[in-house]
Design a protein around this ligand. Structure first.
Ligand SMILES: [Zn+2]
Length: 347
Protein backbone atom coordinates (compact mmCIF):
# COMPACT_ATOMS: atom_id res chain seq x y z
CA UNK A 1 0.00 0.00 0.00
CA UNK A 2 1.27 3.48 -0.82
CA UNK A 3 1.92 5.98 1.95
CA UNK A 4 -1.07 8.08 0.93
CA UNK A 5 -3.26 4.98 1.01
CA UNK A 6 -1.94 4.01 4.44
CA UNK A 7 -2.80 7.49 5.68
CA UNK A 8 -6.29 7.28 4.21
CA UNK A 9 -6.90 3.82 5.67
CA UNK A 10 -5.85 5.19 9.06
CA UNK A 11 -8.22 8.12 8.66
CA UNK A 12 -11.08 5.73 7.82
CA UNK A 13 -10.46 3.57 10.87
CA UNK A 14 -10.55 6.65 13.13
CA UNK A 15 -13.38 8.56 11.47
CA UNK A 16 -15.86 6.12 10.00
CA UNK A 17 -17.85 3.84 12.18
CA UNK A 18 -20.93 1.72 11.55
CA UNK A 19 -22.69 0.50 14.66
CA UNK A 20 -24.23 -2.96 14.66
CA UNK A 21 -27.12 -2.16 16.99
CA UNK A 22 -27.99 1.47 16.23
CA UNK A 23 -27.09 1.03 12.51
CA UNK A 24 -25.67 4.53 12.63
CA UNK A 25 -23.07 5.40 10.02
CA UNK A 26 -20.83 7.97 11.70
CA UNK A 27 -18.64 10.18 9.53
CA UNK A 28 -16.06 12.33 11.31
CA UNK A 29 -16.98 14.42 14.35
CA UNK A 30 -20.24 15.84 13.08
CA UNK A 31 -22.38 13.42 11.12
CA UNK A 32 -24.64 10.53 12.20
CA UNK A 33 -26.33 8.99 9.18
CA UNK A 34 -29.44 6.74 9.19
CA UNK A 35 -29.11 5.77 12.87
CA UNK A 36 -28.42 7.41 16.22
CA UNK A 37 -24.96 8.37 17.37
CA UNK A 38 -23.95 11.35 19.50
CA UNK A 39 -23.23 13.88 16.73
CA UNK A 40 -24.58 17.38 16.08
CA UNK A 41 -26.06 16.51 12.68
CA UNK A 42 -28.38 13.57 11.96
CA UNK A 43 -28.88 12.82 8.29
CA UNK A 44 -31.80 10.74 7.01
CA UNK A 45 -31.22 9.43 3.47
CA UNK A 46 -34.78 8.18 2.96
CA UNK A 47 -38.05 7.20 4.56
CA UNK A 48 -37.59 3.41 4.97
CA UNK A 49 -37.74 2.27 8.59
CA UNK A 50 -34.23 0.73 8.70
CA UNK A 51 -32.87 4.23 7.95
CA UNK A 52 -35.06 6.08 10.47
CA UNK A 53 -33.71 4.13 13.42
CA UNK A 54 -33.03 6.06 16.61
CA UNK A 55 -34.62 9.23 15.23
CA UNK A 56 -36.14 9.98 18.62
CA UNK A 57 -32.70 9.87 20.27
CA UNK A 58 -31.26 12.04 17.50
CA UNK A 59 -34.09 14.54 18.05
CA UNK A 60 -32.94 14.87 21.65
CA UNK A 61 -29.19 14.92 21.01
CA UNK A 62 -28.54 16.45 17.58
CA UNK A 63 -28.98 20.10 16.62
CA UNK A 64 -30.16 19.41 13.08
CA UNK A 65 -32.07 16.66 11.28
CA UNK A 66 -31.10 16.89 7.62
CA UNK A 67 -32.85 15.32 4.62
CA UNK A 68 -34.44 16.31 1.33
CA UNK A 69 -37.60 18.44 1.69
CA UNK A 70 -39.73 15.48 0.53
CA UNK A 71 -38.18 13.00 2.96
CA UNK A 72 -38.61 15.41 5.88
CA UNK A 73 -42.26 16.07 4.92
CA UNK A 74 -42.94 12.34 4.70
CA UNK A 75 -41.36 11.75 8.12
CA UNK A 76 -43.46 14.51 9.64
CA UNK A 77 -46.65 13.13 8.10
CA UNK A 78 -46.32 9.40 8.72
CA UNK A 79 -43.40 8.50 10.98
CA UNK A 80 -43.76 10.63 14.13
CA UNK A 81 -46.09 9.34 16.81
CA UNK A 82 -46.71 12.09 19.38
CA UNK A 83 -47.01 15.87 19.29
CA UNK A 84 -43.93 16.43 21.49
CA UNK A 85 -41.76 14.53 19.00
CA UNK A 86 -43.38 16.39 16.12
CA UNK A 87 -42.64 19.78 17.73
CA UNK A 88 -39.02 18.83 18.30
CA UNK A 89 -38.79 17.63 14.70
CA UNK A 90 -40.22 20.89 13.37
CA UNK A 91 -37.69 22.86 15.41
CA UNK A 92 -34.66 20.82 14.29
CA UNK A 93 -35.44 19.81 10.72
CA UNK A 94 -33.13 21.24 8.09
CA UNK A 95 -34.28 20.55 4.53
CA UNK A 96 -31.53 20.47 1.95
CA UNK A 97 -32.17 20.31 -1.80
CA UNK A 98 -30.20 18.04 -4.09
CA UNK A 99 -26.86 19.62 -4.88
CA UNK A 100 -27.16 22.28 -2.16
CA UNK A 101 -24.21 22.39 0.22
CA UNK A 102 -24.51 22.65 4.00
CA UNK A 103 -21.34 24.02 5.58
CA UNK A 104 -20.66 23.06 9.19
CA UNK A 105 -17.40 24.26 10.80
CA UNK A 106 -14.58 22.77 8.72
CA UNK A 107 -16.84 20.31 6.88
CA UNK A 108 -19.65 20.22 4.33
CA UNK A 109 -22.58 18.00 3.43
CA UNK A 110 -24.26 17.66 0.03
CA UNK A 111 -27.26 15.46 -0.85
CA UNK A 112 -27.32 13.86 -4.29
CA UNK A 113 -30.08 12.33 -6.36
CA UNK A 114 -30.91 8.64 -6.05
CA UNK A 115 -33.88 6.83 -7.60
CA UNK A 116 -34.24 4.34 -4.71
CA UNK A 117 -37.51 5.84 -3.48
CA UNK A 118 -39.24 9.23 -3.49
CA UNK A 119 -37.07 11.82 -1.75
CA UNK A 120 -34.12 9.42 -1.36
CA UNK A 121 -30.61 10.80 -1.53
CA UNK A 122 -26.98 9.81 -1.44
CA UNK A 123 -24.69 11.97 0.63
CA UNK A 124 -21.29 13.51 0.14
CA UNK A 125 -19.33 14.66 3.20
CA UNK A 126 -16.12 16.65 2.83
CA UNK A 127 -14.01 16.84 5.96
CA UNK A 128 -10.24 16.93 6.72
CA UNK A 129 -9.69 17.21 2.97
CA UNK A 130 -11.29 13.77 2.53
CA UNK A 131 -14.32 13.16 0.28
CA UNK A 132 -16.67 10.53 1.68
CA UNK A 133 -19.75 9.37 -0.23
CA UNK A 134 -22.53 7.17 1.14
CA UNK A 135 -25.00 5.69 -1.33
CA UNK A 136 -27.83 5.05 1.13
CA UNK A 137 -29.99 2.37 -0.44
CA UNK A 138 -29.32 2.72 -4.14
CA UNK A 139 -31.03 1.94 -7.41
CA UNK A 140 -29.23 2.62 -10.68
CA UNK A 141 -30.80 4.32 -13.67
CA UNK A 142 -33.19 7.25 -13.83
CA UNK A 143 -31.85 10.29 -12.05
CA UNK A 144 -29.31 8.43 -9.89
CA UNK A 145 -25.91 10.09 -9.98
CA UNK A 146 -22.81 8.01 -9.49
CA UNK A 147 -20.47 9.86 -7.13
CA UNK A 148 -16.98 10.39 -8.52
CA UNK A 149 -13.56 11.46 -7.19
CA UNK A 150 -14.22 9.94 -3.80
CA UNK A 151 -11.60 8.98 -1.29
CA UNK A 152 -14.09 6.75 0.47
CA UNK A 153 -17.30 5.22 -0.86
CA UNK A 154 -19.69 3.69 1.68
CA UNK A 155 -22.12 1.38 -0.10
CA UNK A 156 -25.15 -0.75 0.79
CA UNK A 157 -25.05 -4.51 0.19
CA UNK A 158 -28.66 -5.76 0.05
CA UNK A 159 -28.11 -7.83 -3.10
CA UNK A 160 -24.37 -8.17 -2.59
CA UNK A 161 -24.14 -11.80 -3.66
CA UNK A 162 -23.71 -13.13 -7.22
CA UNK A 163 -26.84 -15.21 -6.51
CA UNK A 164 -28.83 -11.96 -6.67
CA UNK A 165 -28.94 -10.91 -10.28
CA UNK A 166 -31.98 -9.73 -12.19
CA UNK A 167 -31.17 -9.92 -15.91
CA UNK A 168 -34.75 -8.94 -16.82
CA UNK A 169 -34.80 -5.40 -15.30
CA UNK A 170 -36.36 -3.72 -18.34
CA UNK A 171 -39.25 -6.16 -18.80
CA UNK A 172 -40.57 -6.01 -15.21
CA UNK A 173 -42.56 -2.83 -15.76
CA UNK A 174 -44.22 -4.26 -18.87
CA UNK A 175 -45.16 -7.46 -17.06
CA UNK A 176 -46.58 -5.42 -14.21
CA UNK A 177 -48.72 -3.22 -16.48
CA UNK A 178 -49.97 -6.25 -18.43
CA UNK A 179 -50.89 -8.06 -15.22
CA UNK A 180 -52.81 -5.08 -13.86
CA UNK A 181 -54.67 -4.68 -17.18
CA UNK A 182 -55.52 -8.38 -17.17
CA UNK A 183 -56.73 -8.13 -13.56
CA UNK A 184 -58.97 -5.15 -14.27
CA UNK A 185 -60.47 -6.89 -17.30
CA UNK A 186 -61.02 -10.25 -15.71
CA UNK A 187 -61.71 -9.37 -12.02
CA UNK A 188 -62.49 -5.65 -12.05
CA UNK A 189 -60.48 -5.28 -8.85
CA UNK A 190 -56.71 -5.57 -8.40
CA UNK A 191 -54.95 -5.56 -5.02
CA UNK A 192 -51.26 -4.59 -5.07
CA UNK A 193 -48.99 -5.27 -2.07
CA UNK A 194 -45.67 -3.48 -1.62
CA UNK A 195 -43.56 -1.21 0.56
CA UNK A 196 -43.95 2.55 1.00
CA UNK A 197 -42.55 4.38 -1.99
CA UNK A 198 -42.68 1.33 -4.22
CA UNK A 199 -46.49 1.54 -4.14
CA UNK A 200 -46.46 5.13 -5.32
CA UNK A 201 -43.84 4.31 -7.93
CA UNK A 202 -46.27 1.73 -9.33
CA UNK A 203 -49.13 4.23 -9.20
CA UNK A 204 -47.07 6.51 -11.42
CA UNK A 205 -46.18 3.72 -13.91
CA UNK A 206 -49.84 2.75 -14.17
CA UNK A 207 -50.99 6.31 -14.76
CA UNK A 208 -48.31 6.97 -17.36
CA UNK A 209 -49.44 3.80 -19.16
CA UNK A 210 -53.03 4.94 -19.46
CA UNK A 211 -54.60 3.13 -16.49
CA UNK A 212 -57.16 5.62 -15.23
CA UNK A 213 -59.18 3.55 -12.75
CA UNK A 214 -59.48 4.92 -9.21
CA UNK A 215 -56.65 4.04 -6.81
CA UNK A 216 -57.66 3.14 -3.26
CA UNK A 217 -55.35 2.89 -0.29
CA UNK A 218 -55.26 2.74 3.51
CA UNK A 219 -54.99 5.98 5.48
CA UNK A 220 -51.18 6.10 5.87
CA UNK A 221 -50.52 5.33 2.19
CA UNK A 222 -53.12 7.97 1.32
CA UNK A 223 -51.34 10.56 3.45
CA UNK A 224 -47.95 9.73 1.96
CA UNK A 225 -49.43 9.97 -1.55
CA UNK A 226 -50.93 13.37 -0.72
CA UNK A 227 -47.47 14.60 0.38
CA UNK A 228 -46.02 13.41 -2.93
CA UNK A 229 -48.68 15.40 -4.81
CA UNK A 230 -47.64 18.44 -2.79
CA UNK A 231 -44.13 17.87 -4.20
CA UNK A 232 -45.46 17.62 -7.76
CA UNK A 233 -45.52 13.83 -8.07
CA UNK A 234 -49.01 13.82 -9.59
CA UNK A 235 -51.05 10.63 -9.37
CA UNK A 236 -54.66 11.78 -9.40
CA UNK A 237 -57.96 9.96 -8.75
CA UNK A 238 -56.79 8.39 -5.46
CA UNK A 239 -58.99 7.78 -2.45
CA UNK A 240 -59.07 6.30 1.02
CA UNK A 241 -59.84 2.58 1.10
CA UNK A 242 -62.92 3.14 3.24
CA UNK A 243 -64.49 5.18 0.43
CA UNK A 244 -64.49 2.21 -1.96
CA UNK A 245 -68.28 1.63 -2.00
CA UNK A 246 -68.95 3.88 -4.98
CA UNK A 247 -66.39 2.13 -7.21
CA UNK A 248 -66.85 -0.96 -9.35
CA UNK A 249 -63.40 -1.17 -10.89
CA UNK A 250 -60.33 -0.06 -9.01
CA UNK A 251 -56.78 -0.82 -7.88
CA UNK A 252 -56.24 -1.12 -4.12
CA UNK A 253 -52.70 -0.56 -2.78
CA UNK A 254 -51.72 -2.21 0.51
CA UNK A 255 -48.64 -2.66 2.65
CA UNK A 256 -46.48 -5.69 1.79
CA UNK A 257 -46.98 -7.17 5.28
CA UNK A 258 -50.71 -7.55 4.60
CA UNK A 259 -50.15 -9.87 1.64
CA UNK A 260 -50.47 -12.96 3.81
CA UNK A 261 -54.10 -12.01 4.52
CA UNK A 262 -54.97 -11.56 0.83
CA UNK A 263 -58.27 -12.75 -0.64
CA UNK A 264 -57.92 -15.80 -2.89
CA UNK A 265 -61.63 -16.40 -3.47
CA UNK A 266 -61.59 -15.18 -7.08
CA UNK A 267 -63.09 -11.76 -6.32
CA UNK A 268 -59.79 -9.92 -6.85
CA UNK A 269 -56.44 -10.39 -8.59
CA UNK A 270 -53.51 -10.00 -6.17
CA UNK A 271 -50.10 -8.68 -7.15
CA UNK A 272 -47.24 -8.87 -4.66
CA UNK A 273 -44.16 -6.72 -5.35
CA UNK A 274 -40.81 -7.98 -4.13
CA UNK A 275 -37.15 -7.63 -5.04
CA UNK A 276 -36.42 -11.18 -3.91
CA UNK A 277 -37.14 -12.84 -7.27
CA UNK A 278 -34.31 -13.64 -9.65
CA UNK A 279 -35.62 -16.21 -12.15
CA UNK A 280 -38.54 -14.41 -13.82
CA UNK A 281 -40.08 -10.93 -13.84
CA UNK A 282 -43.42 -12.46 -12.86
CA UNK A 283 -44.56 -15.72 -11.29
CA UNK A 284 -47.99 -17.10 -10.39
CA UNK A 285 -48.06 -18.43 -6.81
CA UNK A 286 -51.72 -19.40 -6.57
CA UNK A 287 -54.88 -19.28 -8.69
CA UNK A 288 -55.37 -15.54 -8.09
CA UNK A 289 -51.92 -14.17 -7.12
CA UNK A 290 -48.88 -13.00 -9.09
CA UNK A 291 -45.52 -12.11 -7.59
CA UNK A 292 -43.67 -9.47 -9.60
CA UNK A 293 -39.93 -8.83 -9.24
CA UNK A 294 -40.00 -5.07 -8.88
CA UNK A 295 -37.07 -3.93 -6.79
CA UNK A 296 -35.89 -0.54 -5.64
CA UNK A 297 -32.35 -1.79 -4.96
CA UNK A 298 -29.37 -2.33 -7.21
CA UNK A 299 -28.80 -6.03 -7.87
CA UNK A 300 -25.31 -7.56 -7.62
CA UNK A 301 -24.25 -6.44 -11.11
CA UNK A 302 -25.45 -2.89 -10.47
CA UNK A 303 -23.55 -2.64 -7.17
CA UNK A 304 -20.35 -3.70 -8.94
CA UNK A 305 -21.08 -1.26 -11.79
CA UNK A 306 -21.54 1.56 -9.29
CA UNK A 307 -18.21 0.91 -7.60
CA UNK A 308 -16.35 0.53 -10.90
CA UNK A 309 -17.75 3.76 -12.33
CA UNK A 310 -17.22 5.65 -9.07
CA UNK A 311 -13.69 4.25 -8.72
CA UNK A 312 -13.04 5.38 -5.12
CA UNK A 313 -9.74 4.97 -3.27
CA UNK A 314 -11.38 2.87 -0.55
CA UNK A 315 -14.73 1.07 -0.37
CA UNK A 316 -16.56 0.58 2.93
CA UNK A 317 -19.47 -1.85 2.85
CA UNK A 318 -22.35 -1.43 5.29
CA UNK A 319 -22.89 -4.74 7.08
CA UNK A 320 -25.32 -3.41 9.69
CA UNK A 321 -28.43 -3.86 7.52
CA UNK A 322 -29.76 -6.90 5.67
CA UNK A 323 -27.41 -7.91 2.92
CA UNK A 324 -24.40 -9.87 1.75
CA UNK A 325 -21.48 -7.56 2.61
CA UNK A 326 -18.79 -10.23 2.71
CA UNK A 327 -19.54 -11.70 -0.71
CA UNK A 328 -19.61 -8.19 -2.17
CA UNK A 329 -16.27 -7.40 -0.48
CA UNK A 330 -14.75 -10.56 -1.92
CA UNK A 331 -15.78 -9.66 -5.46
CA UNK A 332 -14.58 -6.05 -5.12
CA UNK A 333 -11.24 -7.16 -3.69
CA UNK A 334 -10.89 -9.53 -6.66
CA UNK A 335 -11.34 -6.49 -8.90
CA UNK A 336 -8.56 -4.65 -7.07
CA UNK A 337 -10.54 -2.38 -4.72
CA UNK A 338 -9.35 -1.84 -1.18
CA UNK A 339 -12.43 -2.85 0.75
CA UNK A 340 -13.52 -2.80 4.38
CA UNK A 341 -16.68 -4.27 5.84
CA UNK A 342 -18.15 -2.39 8.82
CA UNK A 343 -19.03 -3.39 11.42
CA UNK A 344 -16.40 -6.10 10.96
CA UNK A 345 -17.27 -9.72 11.73
CA UNK A 346 -16.05 -9.54 15.32
CA UNK A 347 -17.61 -6.14 16.12
ZN1 LIG B 1 -34.63 1.76 1.48
Amino acid sequence: MSQRMNGLAGWVSKNINIDKSTKSISIGKYYAVDGFSAKPIRVVTHIHSDHLMGLKDSLRFSSFIVGTPLTLDLIEEIALQDSETRDLFKAKKKPLNYGEKLEFYDSSLTLLENDHTFGACQILVEVDGVRVGYTGDIKLGGKTRIMKDLDVLIIESTYGSPRYRRPFKQSVQEVLIDTVRYGLRRYGIVHIYGYHGKLQEVMLYLRSNGIEEPFLMPENVFRATRILEKHNVLIGNFHREREKDGFEQYVLFKHFNQAKYRRIDGSVLNIILTGWEFENPGRKIDEHTWVIALSDHADFDDLITYVEKSDPQIVVIDASRNGEPFELAEELARRGFITFVLPSKGG
